[in-house]
Design a binder for this molecule. Structure first.
Ligand SMILES: [Zn+2]
Length: 280
């Protein structure tokens, strides 16, 4: 991906090297319960801890440690990708007569407190918190992508653009509609809706790449394949297999590898938001 000359985003909150101090009120027992619940119900332990009452986790103002050159380059890269999504989504929202409110992106290492989603932990992978309009990324996920068989800069750009896709769903009201529909659904129905959300975010990542390439020629040979490989590598079937579990489609919350790369490609090829209606 050609990115070095790209604009850097003003919306990066760099918390790398800061440590999280856990506040009073949550003991070790509660954390164990939250982790067990996370294993059995597939929920985010941070969400459960929050439900157990008063996270009280605060990010202490320890002076940031020096970062490695590799981490700094990755941070610089994320800043360029984020800025590019701002440019594309600004334009796409303006074309529809509305204004894009850009998200903040928090870079952290290990764990960080969020405003509305409890404790953010690197083990959960990159995530978007709808309650505070922020993306949270621990750059160690780059190594995870390599381990899953999706190395390369554009693979990581896809991950950032996917999380921005969730932000777009939040702004568009899709996220809250889906949460309401989920409240009326069975467990299987809730999962099916979650899959549709994820596939739409993949499609939106593709829409971003389409416009970024048309305006700024960011894609190099092999990038599309990298993006498709990244989308496939985080498919639930592949992740379940990698975790040594049998593949259970009804428990999918992100979609299969084939579905994820197909929707990413649909957005990439067309650049058209209408194509990303994964719900009908
Ligand atoms: Zn997602």
């Amino acid at each position: 991906m050609r990115w070095k000359k790209g604009r850097r985003s003003q919306n990066i909150d760099d918390r790398r090297g800061q440590t999280v101090r856990r506040g009073a009120g949550i003991g070790g027992g509660a954390i164990v319960i939250a982790l067990l619940a996370a294993v059995f119900f597939g929920q985010n332990p941070a969400t459960i801890l929050e439900q157990l009452g008063g996270m009280g986790a605060t990010t202490s103002q320890v002076p940031a440690q020096r970062q490695s050159a590799a981490s700094d380059e990755a941070a610089d890269f994320v800043s360029v990708v984020l800025a590019d999504t701002e440019d594309v989504w600004n334009q796409l929202f303006a074309q529809r007569g509305s204004r894009y409110r850009a998200p903040q992106l928090v870079l952290y290492s290990g764990a960080t407190s969020t405003d509305a989603c409890g404790l953010g932990q690197a083990a959960a992978g990159p995530f978007y918190c709808p309650g505070d309009y922020k993306l949270y990324i621990d750059l160690s996920f780059l190594n995870e992508l390599k381990r899953l068989g999706a190395p390369g800069d554009f693979a990581f750009a896809y991950v950032v653009a996917h999380e921005v896709g969730h932000h777009v769903q939040n702004l568009a009201g899709t996220a809250s509609e889906v949460r309401q529909a989920q409240a009326r659904s069975s467990k299987a129905g809730q999962n099916a809706l979650q899959v549709k959300m994820e596939l739409q975010a993949d499609c939106y990542a593709g829409v971003w790449a389409h416009h970024a390439h048309r305006e700024r020629q960011i894609l190099e040979k092999g990038d599309v394949e990298e993006g498709l490989a990244a989308a496939a590598s985080v498919g639930d079937d592949r992740l379940q297999k990698a975790a040594g579990r049998r593949v259970h489609p009804e428990s999918f919350t992100h979609g299969s590898s084939e579905q994820r790369s197909r929707w990413f490609y649909a957005g990439l090829e067309s650049g058209n938001l209408e194509v990303c209606d994964t719900f009908s």
